[in-house]
Design a protein around this ligand. Structure first.
Ligand code: SF4
Length: 255
């Protein structure tokens, strides 16, 4: 809880001018207002980009859009922890005596300052065909019916906001592996269980059987702890692992 005596918020931000630039830390001090989140802190600095020692500087580059944990764009390291800037409240991060530290996600190429290139997630989603294949040129009518129990089981998986936090915290997602990460595997479960999406089930499972596939998960379970939308990631990984194995056995016998 922010102390009544502290009238300013101290923020230390890791900055980098471009993908190949060296990084530096700049300190800021901005007026405290109740109920600020990290996105509003960054907005305040953008309005008046002056460091704590009075030096004019370039405004901080960061990604943000919906401001309500839906678009997934504002993920960053806040006090060393991967989380969404829009739902990180200043009152819960510091009592005013210690600075709040902000840094870009560490496992993605820096574009500039707090903005990183997370296109690897979209490349992975494309590789597993994470969509329902439909011909959009004419009305196909309503799709096949789904049991409510299945809808309820799958609905949480549709809440993924592509924030990449599950990949950032995963020890298996690093420079020496091609592991696709929990979000992609969860979407495979979602679309494989969709009555229309299931037509691509075998292709999705084969895509997860090779290099970087589901077998590279080490079950550290950091993903499920860190996911801001509480996706049942470990359950999805177990289910998809089993399906990948079954697909491999099936493929072996029909060769
Ligand atoms: Fe973010 Fe969770 Fe989706 Fe991973 S699974 S990208 S942590 S919302």
């Amino acid at each position: 809880m922010f102390s009544n005596h502290a009238k300013t918020i101290k923020v230390e931000i890791k900055r980098q001018s471009g993908p190949d630039g060296s990084s530096t830390v700049e300190k800021f001090e901005i007026p405290y207002r109740p109920n600020m989140n990290i996105t509003s802190v960054l907005g305040e600095i953008a309005c008046n980009p002056i460091t704590a020692d009075g030096t004019a500087t370039a405004p901080i580059t960061y990604d943000a859009n919906c401001l309500e944990e839906i678009c997934g764009s504002c993920a960053m390291l806040i006090n060393g922890k991967a989380r969404m800037a829009c739902s990180a409240l200043v009152d819960k991060l510091t009592d005013g005596s210690e600075p709040i530290t902000l840094a870009p996600l560490s496992k993605f190429p820096v574009v500039r300052d707090l903005s990183v290139d997370r296109s690897v997630l979209f490349k992975n989603l494309k590789a597993v065909k994470a969509w329902v294949p439909i011909d959009g040129t004419y009305d196909l009518g309503s799709g096949p019916r789904q049991f409510p129990q299945l809808q309820e089981e799958l609905y949480p998986l549709s809440n993924c906001i592509s924030c990449t936090i599950c990949m950032e915290v995963c020890p298996q997602f690093n420079d020496s592996t091609n592991f696709v990460g929990a979000a992609t595997i969860a979407q495979v479960k979602l679309f494989n269980n969709n009555p229309t999406g299931a037509v691509l089930k075998a292709e999705r499972l084969r895509a997860l059987a090779g290099d970087g596939g589901v077998q590279e998960c080490g079950f550290a379970q950091n993903c499920v702890e860190a996911c801001p939308k509480q996706l049942p990631l470990t359950e999805a990984i177990s289910d998809v692992s089993r399906d990948v194995l079954l697909q491999q056995v099936k493929d072996f016998f029909v060769r």
